[in-house]
Design a protein around this ligand. Structure first.
Ligand code: PMP
Length: 378
């Protein structure tokens, strides 16, 4: 059997990973500033994480949600404490798309409405509603097409008000910092306006925190920078540091009913153990403050480069916009300087490293970046 070839892969094979580094099958070391697309939150193969998962696997790896799983309650309590959302409720799933799918569904159960407001350049995942709320027609199959989603321009407060007057809005879904769309930070005024319109109209504010959440921005949720509380937060990626787990954090006003949401694998023993290990390390090693400090340092230094058009982001979610003609820089960084980065558009480099990245790693990147910016000679 062949693989169904949907990913544009380079031909590097990673055989070992530790902290902020990975190694290929020839033993070459790379600095990982991509973190498997914002997934590696506490660093690769962190000893506490490996130990907790191994211990759990030796006890019980999986049963089902038909039995009591105390680890789920432990995770909810820990998550409440670290995120500051102690009075919210937790529902566990397996991915970011699934988290958004359930959040949009729960909003609709709550207010009985259908209309979803999403934004230009948004990415919310590839399942049915999540992809319908994603602003990329190329990945929306005919079966996913719906009139229930309205896309509004980013940061347009008047368009927001118009939409609320025109439609019976069920929910607004927004990334606090758009990731795939190019690292666009939502302003406090924009998020506050959404909050007040949702309050006025009994609509649900869904904060897609799959990429920008879990401490990456220097606060647990990037929406916290605006002092705004969402009704539902969706999470995945960094939550399991590579073990597939997602979740939605749900405000107290939503009342659960048996069977309204569900998933076979969500909240299984291993996933909970992974997520608990991640939160323990985030707390013990003060990784959210580290993301803020190292991120601020990196962004300040990057803004000094005359070649850089713009640096956007918060904490360790950074977009470096280059002029079009410098789109070779990412390749140079990978193949010459052995540094993994991500891209948003060919000329926007995305940095999504582990939250444990050090200032020395940042300096290594800055030195390589300076070299990589130099014109390539044929
Ligand atoms: N929301 C956002 C903001 C994302 O960046 C992503 C993944 N890139 C998703 C949702 C979907 O997550 P997953 O791939 O785990 O389904």
């Amino acid at each position: 059997m062949k693989l169904f070839d949907v990913y544009p892969v380079n031909d590097i094979t990673i055989t070992k990973a530790q902290g902020s580094h990975v190694w290929d099958d020839e033993g070459t070391q790379y600095l990982d500033l991509y973190g498997g697309h914002a997934v590696i939150s506490i660093g690769h193969t962190h000893p506490h994480y490996v130990q907790r998962l191994t211990d759990q696997l030796n006890k019980v790896g999986f049963y089902s949600n038909s039995i009591h799983i105390p680890l789920q309650q432990q995770l909810a309590e820990k998550l409440g404490k670290v995120s500051g959302k102690e009075d919210y409720q937790l529902f566990l799933v397996n991915s970011g798309a699934e988290a958004n799918e359930n959040a949009l569904k729960l909003a609709s159960f709550y207010n009985g409405r259908k209309k979803i407001i999403a934004f230009k350049k948004a990415f919310h995942g590839r399942t049915s509603l999540a992809v319908a709320a994603t602003d990329n027609p190329k990945i929306v199959a005919p079966v996913n097409e719906t009139d229930n989603v309205v896309f509004l321009p980013w940061e347009d407060l008047a368009a927001l008000e118009d939409a609320f007057n025109k439609y019976e809005v069920s929910s607004v879904i927004i990334e606090g910092i758009q990731g795939v769309g190019g690292i666009n930070v939502a302003s406090p005024a924009f998020l506050q306006k959404i909050r007040s319109l949702c309050d006025q109209h009994n609509a649900v504010f869904i904060a897609d925190s799959v990429q920008c959440g879990y401490g990456r921005s220097g606060k647990f949720f990037s929406h916290d920078h605006a002092g705004v509380n969402a009704d539902i937060y969706t999470m995945a990626k960094g939550m399991g540091n590579g073990f597939p787990i997602g979740g939605i954090i749900i405000a107290p006003k939503f009342k659960p009913a048996y069977g309204m949401l569900g998933t076979t694998f969500g909240g299984n023993h291993l996933a909970c153990a992974a997520a608990l290990a991640v939160l323990e390390v985030i707390e013990k090693d003060n990784l959210i403050a580290n993301a803020e400090n190292v991120g601020n340092y990196l962004m300040e230094e990057l803004r000094k480069f005359p070649e850089v058009k713009e640096v956007r982001g918060k904490g360790l979610m950074i977009g470096i916009e280059l002029p079009e003609e410098l789109s070779h820089v990412r390749r140079e960084l990978l193949f010459t300087y052995k540094i993994f980065t991500g891209e948003a558009k060919p000329n926007v480099i995305r940095l999504l490293p582990s939250l444990a990245l050090t200032k020395d790693h940042a300096d290594q990147f800055l030195t390589a970046f300076k070299q990589a910016l130099k014109p390539v000679h044929a």
